[in-house]
Design a protein. Structure first.
Length: 70
């Protein structure tokens, strides 16, 4: 099982890769949104299949209610 330090190290490795092409003021504008988007991806993963199925339905079809827990 992966622990907190593994994920912390992974985030810093990605951050080090981004430091090359990004200047320091741009870096903070990139890392925080990427971290938030990844968190949304993890939290919403259980409902992903339902959302994609609802998106592929024709416009006139009834839509099911999705329950999303945060």
């Amino acid at each position: 099982m992966l622990d907190h330090s593994y994920f912390a190290n992974l985030i810093w490795q990605v951050a080090d890769l981004l430091r090359g092409p990004c200047r320091p003021p741009q870096y903070e504008r990139v890392m925080l949104p990427m971290t938030v988007l990844r968190r949304f991806d993890c939290v919403l993963a259980p409902t992903r299949a339902k959302v994609l199925a609802a998106h592929k339905r024709p416009a006139g079809a009834s839509r099911a209610t999705l329950s999303i827990r945060c």
